[in-house]
Design a binder for this molecule. Sequence first.
Ligand SMILES: [Mn+2]
Length: 325
Amino acid sequence: MSNNSGRTLILTHADTDGMCAGALALARFPEARVFFTKPVSLYPDLEGSEAERIIICDIAMNRKNAADLISLLKRKRAEITWFDHHPIPETTSLEELRRSAKRFVWSDRMCASELVYDYFRKELPAERAWLALYGAIGDFTEEGPAAQAIMRNWDKHEVYFEVCSMIMAIKMKRFDSYDAKRGIVSTLAHGSSPASISGLVESAAQAVAREIELYHQAREKAMLIGRIGYMKELPSFGFRGPAALFSATVTNSPVGMYMHRRKDIIDVTIRKRVPGLMLNRLAEFAAERVGGSGGGHPEAAGCRIPMGAENAFLEAANEWLRKEA
Ligand SMILES: [Mn+2]
């Protein structure tokens, strides 16, 4: 990160929920600068910042460096407010995090955008509630009571059109860079609609066409081990969630996975088509069995595992399914 001298810094996740949470924070602090980060890069980003106020949105606490991050939170002079909804790793606790950041706003029932909206709602225009809904739809929490209470005020179809245009468009090259995403965040913070962004709806339509093609590829290529359908190595970066889901759909399995090699590790994306399964637990269990790491949400999870461990990983995931589901 460069030029860290501004007063307010927003550090957020580059997915739909993170962008909407960041936009809500930016609507509250319009002079803030927005940077995208990830759990692994939060520490250096925080350490390098001289901002007086730092708002962290939608970034999970990393279990591996939790202790370092907590001591950094305590050391920083900045007023740090951290909004998150990812599971708290067992290497720390909610109480410890609440003692360490100035404010640690956490729930496992709302997405980050809903949390930020709820926190600043009195200082925001009423229509910024749309961003809470966009984030909820992006992160699959829109059926929760908080999102439903907001949704009743608005035209659902319009809300879905806007956010789904954005969700699909950021899968395409034109909108997947941090600069393009910063542009979207600023548009959202000002109250303009995602679909009004030049080229966004066209990119969304292209993404939809690619996704339909992906479904047809899944019908040909998806494999099955136990109760898990999976695919490997498609030219589909940005489409890993649907690749995992379609692998489950076409093999009539409860769980689907997509595996993608990056350097000497395998990135695994996991989705499900049955209610109730805690995919984050499955990911943790099966990845740790083969010396990798995993996590995420009950609805959508992911792992990194060593190359060559794919079959042992799938066996471990099936073992978890036999025990837990
Ligand atoms: Mn999120």
